[in-house]
Structure formats: structure tokens, C-alpha cells
Design a protein around this ligand. Structure first.
Ligand code: PLP
Length: 376
């Protein structure tokens, strides 16, 4: 994409919304004495890790969570001084730079522990590690049967500080799910093993859903992702503001007659004479083709259906007898406060979750723009 051309479509990120949401979450955490980690993995769930991290820190986050060491180092190199945790690295990753740049590293196995110890040696600095126990997600984390040996090995390493014991919940977005209490009990057991080994680590377990619904599981730190972006993972309403809007504009309108069909495959035929508007955004910009015939947009103060197939570069909107001006704003999804569609609606239509919709919105052809001044 040529940088000096106006964008055909843009994702607008409202950093005031991020600050509002993180402020709400960190106030809940603080009420239980816990600090807040803003999770900015996958380029901030598609919102841009560095700007979101900056806004989150301004609003009270003292930690940032990254999936990989590369993501964490990108934040550090952008000048972010908050505590950073990286939790899922591949076996070929060298932790030396991470240790030198004060990134905390998650460890789930004896092999990972050995690699961190060797890297601390090379860096000539102590490594800060968070030992991860698998309490029932059966994904990352040390299984309970290997936990006592891992804790013992970590406690015996002079080059390490065991900063935390931590875990991740499988079903926190279904409040009352029996797995939550089961995981909490296993977490308590794992913590006791660490204490018995002479360690005095922090504890962290809660994601956004548990931050909102389980103050008893906040411990020392909560790790909030989706709710910071304004998408609510729990059934009860919360005062969260979706931060991302996907917008484009009308480039052409035309009158078509009854019986004329629109877009590839002629899957939609006008049942009356109507005006259609062409919008230059398509699956090349992150609009799933499987939304063909199942989506609407906000245009000229109302919802209007997208008709015919979603193409690579364009969609067509049925405007009836209205004639929107060329250049009119078209909102594909946003906060929903004006009546526009939301990421949640797309997700519900597609049979997925809003996490996937926003995270998938990082596209080279779509410009990202930031709004909001916050406390600055
Ligand atoms: C992604 C992630 C989170 C954040 O989860 P949300 O549901 O987005 O709040 C917390 N902890 C870990 C380990 C994660 O991978």
C-alpha cells in the first residue's frame, strides 16, 4: 500500500476506551489488593501492542503480558518500563536478551528451566521466572505430578528469582463452572508446595472473566486481555467500551432495476428498483467472505444490508430509495452505541468469539488510527 494515498478502510482504536476499561479492571483488582497486567499479545489483540500498552500503563497497569519474548522485547524497545512477562516461547529462543532487558520468563518444565539458567549465566544477571502449574487447562504449564521436582530444582538455582507461581483458567467465562473451583484448589496445592520448598512467590490466576466475577481469585495480580479492549467475556453486563471500529466509505452509488443481480455468482437479486452503494473493503481487508448475505453496515444513520458476495476488495450495500453521497462514512463494526454492528455480532454470526474478530483485524491494507487523549 502506498503510504501517501488515503486509506480505503481503517481500523480506529479509541485509546480513551482502553484507559476507561483498564481503569475499571484495575480498580476491581485493587479492591482485592491485586495489581493489573494488561495482556497485549498478538499485537494487542489486533489493536497495536505499543499504543495499547502505553494507554494501559497510564490507566493503572503495572505489568504487561506478552506471548513471546519477541513481543516482550518489542515493548521494551519501544521504551516501556513496566514489568513484562513472556509465557510461551519455542525451544530455539535464546532468553539472554530477555534477561538482560528485565523480562520475566514463564517456566513450565525442567527443560525450560535449564535454558533460562544457562541464559542467565550468559547474561551475567539473575533471571526472574514465573513457574506455571497446569491446574486443568491441559495446555501450557507443568503437570501436577512433575511440579514438586520443578519447584525443587528452581528453588535450588542460585541464578534465579522465582517471582511467581501462576496458572490459567479453562472456563472462567462460564461463571459457576465447576472446573473453576477445581483449578483454584489445585492452584492452592501447587502454591503450598512452593512455600514448603522455601519460596515466597506471588500468585496469579485470573483472566478478564475471573477479574470480573471472582475477586477471591485475584491473588497478587490479574491478567486482563479482552475486557481491556472493551469486549465483555462474561454473561452479566459490565461498563466496558469496545475500542475498535472498522470503517470505510462509499465510492460509488447506482440505481439498479428489479431483477438485476449483484456481485459474483449473482446470489442476490433486487426485488424492487433500488440504489446500491459500493464500499471498497472486502476479505482482503479482513471482512470474512462467509459473512456474505449475513451482514449489515451503518451508513447514513441506519443499518443497511450488504447484498451479494463479499469480494476481495469490495462489498455492495442496498440503500433502497436513499442516495448516500459518495464519501459517506460506512461503519462495518464498532462500539454499537450508535446502532452500528459490533465485533460480537460478527462473531455470533460466524460461530466464533469476538477475540478472533478483533485479533484478525491487523491487515497491511487497513490503516490503523488512534484517537483519545485520556489524561494527557
Ligand atoms: C490471553 C491470556 C490472558 C488474557 O485472557 P483474556 O480472556 O483475554 O482476559 C491471560 N493469561 C494468559 C496466560 C493468556 O494467554
Amino acid at each position: 500500500m502506498s503510504v501517501d494515498q488515503p486509506p480505503r478502510a481503517e481500523v480506529v482504536i479509541d485509546l480513551d476506551a482502553v484507559r476507561h476499561n483498564l481503569g475499571l479492571l484495575s480498580a476491581r483488582a485493587a479492591a482485592s489488593g491485586a495489581a493489573t497486567m494488561a495482556v497485549v499479545k498478538a499485537d494487542g489483540y489486533g489493536h497495536g501492542a505499543v499504543p495499547v500498552a502505553g494507554a494501559a500503563v497510564e490507566a493503572g497497569a503495572t505489568w504487561l503480558g506478552a506471548c513471546s519474548l519477541g513481543e516482550a522485547l518489542d515493548l521494551r524497545r519501544a521504551g516501556i518500563t513496566a514489568r513484562l512477562l513472556s509465557w510461551l516461547d519455542t525451544p530455539d529462543v535464546d532468553f539472554t536478551a530477555g534477561i538482560a532487558e528485565d523480562v520475566d520468563i514463564s517456566v513450565s518444565s525442567a527443560g525450560e528451566l535449564a535454558r533460562v539458567v544457562a541464559a542467565a549465566d550468559r547474561a551475567g544477571e539473575r533471571a526472574r521466572v514465573h513457574l506455571k502449574i497446569d491446574t486443568g487447562l491441559a495446555r501450557n504449564g507443568c503437570p501436577p505430578h512433575s511440579w514438586p521436582a520443578l519447584v525443587k530444582a528452581a528453588a535450588a538455582e542460585p541464578g534465579l528469582d522465582v517471582v511467581a507461581v501462576w496458572s490459567h483458567l479453562a472456563c472462567a467465562d462460564e461463571p459457576g463452572h465447576p472446573s473453576i473451583d477445581l483449578q483454584a484448589r489445585r492452584f492452592a496445592d501447587a502454591y503450598r508446595v512452593a512455600r514448603d520448598a522455601g519460596l515466597d512467590p506471588m500468585r496469579h490466576l485470573a483472566n478478564s472473566a475471573a477479574t470480573l466475577t471472582r475477586p477471591d481469585l485475584h491473588f497478587d495480580l490479574v491478567r486482563t486481555g479482552i475486557a481491556m479492549y472493551g469486549l465483555n467475556p462474561v454473561p452479566q453486563p459490565e461498563d466496558l467500551r469496545p475500542a475498535m471500529t472498522l470503517r470505510s466509505s462509499v465510492v460509488l452509488t447506482k440505481r439498479i432495476e428489479t431483477g438485476e443481480s449483484v456481485s459474483y455468482g449473482h446470489t442476490w437479486t433486487a426485488a424492487r428498483d433500488t440504489t446500491v452503494a459500493l464500499v471498497p473493503v472486502g476479505y482482503g481487508d479482513g471482512v470474512p467472505r462467509t459473512l456474505s448475505g449475513r451482514m449489515s453496515v451503518w451508513l447514513g444513520g441506519k443499518r443497511r444490508p450488504v447484498v451479494g458476495r463479499v469480494c476481495m476488495d469490495q462489498i455492495v450495500v442496498d440503500c433502497g430509495d436513499d442516495e448516500p453521497a459518495v464519501g459517506s462514512e460506512v461503519v462495518l463494526f464498532g462500539a454499537g452505541t450508535r446502532g452500528e454492528p459490533t465485533a460480537r455480532e460478527w462473531a455470533d454470526t460466524l460461530g466464533t468469539i469476538d477475540y478472533e474478530i478483533v485479533t484478525g483485524m491487523y491487515r497491511p491494507r487497513v490503516r490503523r488510527r488512534y484517537t483519545g487523549e485520556g489524561g494527557r
